[in-house]
Design a binder for this molecule. Structure first.
Ligand code: AKG
Ligand code: FE2
Length: 337
């Protein structure tokens, strides 16, 4: 893991730097206990989705051993030589230019080299829809298929439990099947490099996720931050918890009732950091727009309808830029959400 980055590509503009002073550290990000009363869970999720678009989930039902195995596997992968990791990109010629489709190992955000300050991280992206295709999954490290398939089934079940609870909170059970929002899953393992003066670089630039909902395992290093009403908050690692965040497609279908959370990652001065995220979203041909149940005369649609494939294409073409991806579908009167 001891790779050294060419410094000048990673340094941020003076006025773009993550300032330590602007982050609140007192843990206010909601924590939801999934072993609680079902009504409490529905209400707590609904509140967190409206206020924060972000929460941590404990007692979520996914075996802790499985989460640990995934982090251990990620550690093993990023400990391999870069040649070994580049080899993922030639697997069955699965690498394409469409980042939503590929197995891909790379660095920065989607291997972009044209950014002013490149994100200081490596990643391995997997299309989790391929989880059932034995011959396509990587075979190394040797436990890869077993660990990732098991985790696929477990995190999918939790993702669908979340969507079910969100559907209840929105009162959509009888009119719209929110399962659509979890039809396609992409999994990304992130490995962040340490940097002696973290304020000069970016671990991961501020962005909102382009799909519907993201479920993340982070190790105990910390550095993830979420923005609420213009204020940044540290998302401190909570033992055995998932970090859950609402992404753009849920903001769109709820006509901005639920917030797609803007977040970023700060580099650590000494330690590397690992995270593994499962991104749940609609299939690529799905057309998404505000649901009729979520709009009214007083609350007109803020977004136009859009095919997911097109939304993702503009997201990857544009690079990470706060919540600006939503501008792509915003209608004129769509104001500031
Ligand atoms: O590593 C993290 O904590 C956040 C990762 C993330 O936001 C992403 O991959 O979209
Ligand atoms: Fe993200």
């Amino acid at each position: 893991m001891g790779r050294v980055a060419p410094e000048e590509n990673y340094l941020q503009d003076l006025n773009n730097r993550f300032q330590e002073a602007e982050v609140l550290d007192d843990s206010q990000v909601p924590i939801i206990d999934f072993s609680g009363d079902p009504k409490y869970i529905v209400d707590a999720i609904a509140w967190a989705c409206q206020e924060w678009g972000f929460f941590q989930a404990i007692n979520h039902g996914v075996p802790i051993a499985s989460m640990k195995n995934v982090l251990k596997l990620a550690k093993e992968i990023f400990n391999q030589t870069s040649e070994e990791n580049e080899a993922y990109n030639s697997l069955g010629n699965k690498l394409s230019d469409d980042p939503s489709e590929a197995y891909r190992y790379g660095s920065g955000f989607n291997n972009r080299k044209d950014e002013k300050a490149i994100d200081l991280k490596y990643f391995l992206r997997l299309d989790y829809s391929l989880a059932r295709q034995e011959d396509i999954w990587p075979e190394s490290p040797s436990c890869f298929r077993e660990v990732m398939k098991k985790y696929h089934d477990q995190v999918s079940a939790f993702g669908h439990c979340l969507l079910d609870n969100i559907s209840k909170g929105l009162g959509l059970e009888n009119s719209y099947d929110l399962k659509v929002m979890g039809e396609k899953i992409i999994c990304i393992m992130n490995y962040y490099l340490p940097y002696h003066t973290p304020e000069l670089v970016k671990g991961l630039s501020a962005h909102s996720d382009p799909r519907a909902i993201s479920i993340l395992i982070q190790d105990d290093v910390g550095g993830l931050e979420v923005c609420k009403h213009g204020q940044w908050f540290a998302v401190k690692p909570v033992k055995d918890a998932f970090v859950v965040n609402i992404a753009d497609q849920l903001q769109i279908i709820t006509n901005a009732k639920y917030k797609s959370a803007e977040h970023r990652v700060r580099a650590h001065p000494e330690k590397s950091r690992l995270s593994v995220v499962a991104f749940f979203g609609p299939g690529l041909d799905t057309v998404v727009g505000p649901l009729p149940e979520m709009v009214s005369e007083k609350n007109p649609p803020l977004y136009r309808e859009c095919v997911i494939k097109d939304y993702l294409t503009q997201f990857y073409a544009k690079g990470l830029d706060g919540k600006r991806s939503l501008d792509y579908v915003k209608l004129d009167h769509g104001a500031k959400v």
